[in-house]
Design a protein around this ligand. Structure first.
Ligand SMILES: Nc1ncnc2c1ncn2[C@@H]1O[C@H](COP(=O)(O)OP(=O)(O)OP(=O)(O)O)[C@@H](O)[C@H]1O
Length: 582
């Protein structure tokens, strides 16, 4: 299992103390983290488990896929985002202790919170104001400008009225529980052999506090393994705090944490590295160790393409790269803001109908992966093909666990529940051709076979309403123009296939042969909320450019306006002197 790792990487994997592993992009931090998980899984004894906290759901899916490929039994692994962790391990099991939530709740996904916030913003005339919805450990607003507090109180009241909580409240309630009831932290500490944290530099204050409670509940029991890179801290505007080693030690009750390093880059050509080093905030030399280190590749910078012909321009680059033999999933189109990305994904799909896309916003299904009906839907929408066997088994296991946390124990106490459940899924058929009708029909059949009475489980019913009402609302929204047929629904779930179209935050930690980044404009990068504008711009450009293995196409399109003024390339990008290929 330790094969294919460098000495430095191997030392980190086998370390049996708390570790903070910091290193440059492409140096193998995620690879080390995956091997660490595999290594610890094989050493587990008793009922202990391994936890791997990732920044995105995509990243945790990738860890699971890599373990599948390494043929590692991952049943004792829990991996997901910190929000999902708090939900599953703290909020759901200890809900009874919180009078605010004990009657059940549904997590509002990003679409829903965005919808609520934009309606309220309009009512308050705050449409363009940057207001944070984060909460501090004591439950007060992290937002420092007091004129926004009334707005935030109304936002919380609206969520409450609809039986919802947002991601910030989820963290806060989890913290409140773990801080008020020490036995929760002790129980989790007993359960977990090691907690691995990817991208530690973007961890929020509340997240550090929650982890600290678990790690310090009983010393020398649960090991902390954090990996990241301070230069890639891009969540400042959303509360991420890239703490130094001494600050991290202090947050964890001054436990001993060893700092370990990796050197070399196994992802990019030296030319790509030399380019993105312009955006480093600490001058660290990075050497490419790839077999293709010396290749020229392509690095372009375009400031002239107009926003109205931008999609055609990007479609052309994609077609050329595919014709040159680059796999679709090795091409990534990204931008700093999700509202730039969603219409781009749609336009590219129209312009290149034969190309597969893995783009955010192409799916009308509610975005909350925590919604139990989302978990059911994906099992109905992905065919039981042999290459999907591991993935579907994992999904079925997750579903069994989620049902259990809702108090529903299927197939009594029998073993191999996931396998039995998959057999039930494979039996169910529907003739409906409209996607949402098809799902509803299948869900009803599933409930009948499993003998689950949805009317007697308020939480299950709440999730159902949220799933169908939310999805229908999006299907009805003319600005999206979603296809409603079942075949289109199925296409949305073709996992991990096609050209990726996403935000820079959504693909953190990933890598692609070709990266095409647009919207690199002053005003979008850096985000207005960032305290240190120069460093925030550099870090975002650093993250974007370091995703590329060989090709980088940077675009600061013309024709976009802000406050009636034309927008121009981000200053830190415009000021770089480089021998571009255009
Ligand atoms: N020892 C190694 N030998 C060969 N390839 C390696 C080695 N270590 C890492 N790689 C490869 O280098 C690439 C980058 O690794 P990885 O994604 O783990 O880097 P990272 O440090 O997490 O990067 P980032 O900070 O940008 O997320 C991957 O394709 C990985 O498989």
């Amino acid at each position: 299992m330790l094969e294919g790792l460098t000495d430095q990487q191997r030392a980190a994997v086998v370390a049996d103390h708390h570790v903070l592993l910091t290193a440059c992009p492409g140096s193998g931090k995620t690879r080390v983290l995956t091997h660490k998980v595999a290594y610890e899984l094989q050493r587990l004894t008793g009922k202990k488990m391994v936890v791997a906290l990732t920044f995105t759901n995509r990243a945790s899916d990738e860890i699971k896929r890599r373990l599948d490929r390494m043929d590692i039994d991952a049943t004792k692994l829990w991996t997901g985002t910190i929000h999902a962790f708090c939900l599953e391990w703290i909020l759901t099991p200890y809900l009874g202790y919180l009078p605010e939530l004990k009657n059940g709740f549904v997590i509002a996904d990003e679409y829903k919170t965005e919808e609520l916030l934009s309606t309220l913003r309009a009512a308050y005339d705050f449409t363009w104001d940057n207001i944070t919805t984060r909460l501090k450990p004591d439950g007060s607003f992290a937002e420092q400008v007091s004129k926004y507090h009334h707005f935030l109180r109304e936002y919380h009241a609206t969520l409450k009225e609809q039986g919802l909580i947002d991601f910030d409240q989820l963290l806060y309630y989890a913290y409140k529980l773990i801080a008020s009831y020490p036995k929760i932290a002790r129980t989790l500490n007993n359960f977990f052999q090691v907690i691995c944290v990817d991208e530690y530099q973007d961890t929020q204050e509340l997240q550090y506090e929650i982890l600290a409670k678990i790690i310090t509940a009983k010393l020398d029991n649960t090991t902390l393994f954090m990996v990241g890179d301070q230069d890639q801290a891009i969540y400042g505007s959303l509360g991420g705090v890239a703490r130094s080693l001494s600050d991290i030690k202090a947050s964890f009750g001054n436990i001993d944490i060893n700092e370990m390093k990796l050197s070399g880059n196994y992802r990019s050509t030296q030319r790509v590295i030399d380019y993105y080093r312009h955006y480093q905030t600490a001058a660290i030399d990075i050497r490419s160790m790839c077999a293709y280190a010396g290749q020229q590749g392509q690095i372009t910078f375009n400031e002239t393409v107009d926003k109205d012909s931008l999609a055609e321009h990007i479609a052309e680059i994609i077609s050329e790269r595919i014709t040159a033999g680059i796999a679709e999933k090795e091409i990534c189109v990204l931008a700093p803001q999700w509202w730039l990305v969603i219409p781009m994904g749609r336009k590219l799909k129209q312009l290149l109908p034969d190309v597969n896309f893995d783009a955010i916003g192409l799916s009308p299904l509610i975005k909350s992966k925590e919604n139990i009906w989302f978990k059911v839907a994906r099992l109905f929408l992905v065919d039981p093909a042999p290459n999907m066997y591991f993935v579907r088994t994992r999904w079925a296991n997750e579903l069994v666990d989620s049902l259990q946390t809702m108090g529903i124990d299927i197939f009594d106490s029998e073993q191999r529940k996931a396998k039995k459940l998959l057999r039930v899924f494979n039996l169910i058929k529907s003739d409906h051709t409209v996607g949402l009708k098809y799902l509803e029909d299948c869900f009803i059949q599933l409930l009948a076979i499993l003998e689950i009475d949805i009317e007697s489980n308020a939480n299950l019913k709440q999730h159902w309403t949220y799933f169908f009402v939310g999805t229908q609302r999006r299907l009805d929204d003319p600005q999206y123009n979603y296809a409603t047929d079942i075949q289109s629904f199925r296409r949305l779930f073709r996992h991990n296939q096609g050209v990726v179209v996403n935000t820079c935050h959504g693909i953190k930690g990933e890598e692609f042969h070709t990266v095409i980044a647009f919207g690199l404009l002053q005003g979008y990068i850096p985000n207005r909320n960032e305290a240190d504008q120069v460093s925030a711009a550099k870090k975002l450009l650093y993250v974007i450019c370091s995703r590329a293995k060989k090709e980088l196409h940077l675009i600061a399109e013309s024709g976009r306006m802000r406050s009636r003024n034309p927008m121009f390339a981000t200053l830190q990008l415009a000021s770089v002197r480089f021998d571009y290929d255009n």
